[in-house]
Write a protein that binds this ligand. Structure first.
Ligand code: 4AD
Ligand code: MG
Length: 455
């Protein structure tokens, strides 16, 4: 394989002959010199290549192969640069139409050219941090004795019971509409109604009650029409599930996991994170480091409501009341103003949480937990699972869920049932948190959200 620019930059500048390959980010001409900055995405910085002549045929965006000698650089930000000897333009980029010119582009504009935006400094840095974090997920669980399992993307059950499902069908809907016939799902591909999964949890539970510690890491889909900076219709979720574990074990795992991910990013993505701190979110590095040194505050939902009620009513557009789901404004108030650090909120009213969560002795609340972080709000949602067959069946009946459809899931409570727990970390929320990017649509290569599925 040909060397990457990041490896070339690390070489000593002892007049080594090297060949650089990448895309031209900028070109400056000064008298008879031309300074070309070439990037290949392997690092935040590119390599400066200096030519002792003008290069009228070369423009921003072109792909090039430049041969030359590494020399010490007079510039402060780099140790070496390339005294270029020859240039080969591999692919031209017409300056009249190439959309990424030197000026700063808005993230909204870049979303319209998502196929080219990874060539910008910010989106390139996001891609590297995202990739490193994905690998760190596997490293963490591998070290902790978890098995990585792949759960189905097409499913016939609604794991969260929230009804925000994308239907999957091969029925000819237009023909049905013309003939005014109602669809018969027995004739559909799977012989019944099917959907894109909202979570791999229920299937992960089945493997946790065989392999003890498992996790999933895959795409999930939600047809919620939430047009916010924190919601996607297609996002990646990491869902660990552990047997012989209660909510306390789950909280410890979530805290250790998040801290491992943050410390990996701080250690291995230092240059990219310094860039985000300087250009995207001032104070980002300090805020991430402070999380590493903190202990996550544990707070019950009921105590959280009490705290919110103490705040002046003008603090919120939606009044916090016991029994109502917390809004993002409430979550951020708790983590940014009350605690000033990460919080694990537990024991929510059963009405606002999914059917599978373990019922507390009070009969009102469930063993749920949400991890909230400053700047973002909810980053993790999880719970201890209901492991008692009768209680789970009656919860399903209360919620109008047909237990027959979940017979396989109930089997886990019939045969060798154990206390078990798990959670889901939204991968894009994590990348958002680590990079400080404002909009979740800018931390996934091709965002899918209400009204947006280009590319
Ligand atoms: O809280 P949620 O809905 O929990 C579950 O899906 C459980 N089955 C997880 C489990 O216990 N195994 O989602 C988990 C996390 C959220 O905390 C959030 O980080 C992320 O997934 N998330 C989203 N991220 C982006 N866009 C959306 N529409 C999201 N919905 C949830
Ligand atoms: Mg949640």
């Amino acid at each position: 394989m040909k060397p990457l620019i990041k490896d070339i930059l690390a070489l000593p500048a002892a007049s080594q002959e090297v060949v650089v390959r990448g895309w031209v980010r900028t070109k400056r001409e000064l008298k008879n010199f031309t300074f070309v900055e070439v990037h290949d995405g392997s690092a935040l910085t590119g390599i400066q290549c200096t030519f002792e002549h003008t290069l009228p045929e070369l423009s921003t965006g072109a792909s090039v192969e430049i041969q030359g000698k590494l020399v010490p650089s007079p510039a402060a930000e780099q140790a070496v640069e390339l005294a270029a000897q020859s240039l080969r333009i591999i692919g031209k980029a017409d300056p009249a139409s190439y959309p990424l010119q030197k000026k700063r582009h808005s993230f909204e504009f870049l979303r319209e050219i998502a196929h080219l935006r990874a060539r910008t400094a910010t989106l390139g840095a996001v891609a590297r941090v995202r990739s490193r974090l994905a690998f760190a997920v596997h490293e963490f669980f591998h070290q902790q004795g978890f098995q990585y399992i792949q759960t189905p993307i097409i499913t016939t059950s609604d794991a969260e019971g929230a009804g925000a499902l994308f239907q999957v069908t091969t029925l000819d809907l237009e023909a049905l509409a013309r003939s005014a016939r109602a669809p018969d799902y027995q004739e559909d591909f799977f012989g019944k109604k099917s959907f894109l999964t909202v979570s791999g949890q229920l299937e992960a539970e089945t493997y946790a009650t065989a392999l003890t510690r498992v996790y999933t890491f895959g795409p999930t889909f939600r047809a919620e029409k939430s047009n916010t900076t924190r919601h996607l219709a297609e996002f990646w979720m990491i869902e660990p599930e552990l047997a012989f574990a209660n909510l306390h074990d789950n909280m410890c795992l979530a805290e250790n996991f998040l801290k491992f991910l943050l410390s990996t990013a701080l250690c291995d993505c230092e240059a990219d994170l310094r860039f985000f701190d300087a250009h995207i979110e001032k104070g980002l590095l300090d805020s991430l480091k402070s999380v590493l040194d903190s202990r996550f505050t544990h707070l019950s939902y009921t105590d959280a409501i009490n705290e919110l009620e103490k705040a002046s009513p003008e603090s919120f557009t939606c009044k916090p009341v016991w029994g109502c789901d917390l809004q993002s404004e409430h979550e951020r108030f708790l983590t940014e103003k009350v605690v000033r650090g990460p919080i694990i909120l537990t024991d929510y009213p059963k009405e606002i949480k999914a059917f599978y969560m373990k019922l507390n002795a009070d009969g009102e609340t469930v063993r749920a937990m949400d991890v909230l972080v400053p700047r973002l709000g909810e980053i993790i949602g999880g719970s201890q699972r209901e492991d008692n067959l009768r209680t789970l069946e009656s919860r399903m009946q209360e919620l109008g869920i047909n237990p027959q459809a979940y017979n396989w899931y109930l089997d886990l409570r019939r045969y060798g049932s154990v206390p078990h727990a798990g959670f889901g970390l939204g991968f894009e929320r994590l990348v958002q948190y680590v990079t400080g990017m404002t909009n979740i649509r800018d931390v996934i290569p091709y965002p899918r959200a209400v009204g947006q599925a280009e590319f």
